[in-house]
Design a protein around this ligand. Structure first.
Ligand code: ATP
Length: 204
């Protein structure tokens, strides 16, 4: 018998603000895949990620995690998921280090420093988020991908504000993650330059 997919989205309907999005959406995601969710502005890409993350409920349909229906209780999937939303979850009043320690209280100083070094943020360790550029804030948000070990990455517009070097660093890290058996589901309006993805198109 074939083993169940990592994630199965089955006849999923999403409603937001009395508008129905994703009318009967079906797709599977396998271990080792990068899935790019495409669609026009307002098509429902962020909403779909939020439904998978268990942040908002679906109107109808089911989500299966390794064949187990988790539609009503996302806790098993949430344990294995790192969701970085469009607004990135970075706190303006904290420094770069405080932000990361807030999200990842168990991180060692070595790991923190090596991650910030990869992302070019080490000199900004004690700088308050409110003094950073948009691209630097995005790098702080994404640094959790190097620290928190989770199978599923749900990334909403992770490339926004990144320069070419930042895009290359993130694409390379995604590639390593899926080669190691992870899964990435992301939304982006830009083409991926060095990684292969499977595209799911949400028609608006
Ligand atoms: N909190 C909310 N309350 C009500 N409606 C919402 C809410 N958030 C989003 N919507 C609506 O849901 C629809 C889909 O929004 P969503 O953010 O999922 O789209 P998107 O495809 O990610 O768009 P974009 O490409 O612009 O980021 C839009 O019509 C939007 O107005």
């Amino acid at each position: 018998m074939q083993s169940p997919a990592f994630l199965t989205i089955s006849d999923l309907w999403i409603e937001r603000g009395e508008r129905v999005l994703c009318k009967g959406l079906n797709f599977n995601v396998s271990v080792g895949e990068i899935v790019r969710v495409l669609g026009d502005n307002g098509a429902g890409k962020s909403s779909l990620l939020k439904v998978i993350a268990g942040v908002i409920p679906s109107l109808e349909g089911c989500i299966y995690y390794f064949g187990q229906d988790i539609t009503q209780d996302h806790s098993r999937l949430q344990q294995d998921t790192l969701y970085i939303g469009h607004l990135s979850g970075v706190k303006n009043m904290l420094t770069v280090e405080e932000n990361l320690r807030w999200h990842c209280p168990d991180v060692t100083t070595d790991k923190l420093h090596s991650t910030l070094s990869i992302l070019g943020l080490l000199p900004l360790l004690s700088t308050s988020i409110k003094s950073l550029s948009a691209g630097q804030v995005r790098r702080v948000a994404l640094s959790r991908l190097w620290i928190q070990r989770k199978k599923l990455w749900l990334l909403d517009e992770p490339f926004v504000s990144l320069d070419a070097e930042g895009v290359a660093i993130l694409e390379s890290h995604m590639k390593q993650h899926v080669v190691a058996g992870g899964v990435v589901i992301l939304t982006t309006h830009q083409a991926l330059t060095s990684i292969h993805s499977r595209d799911i198109d949400l028609l608006s």
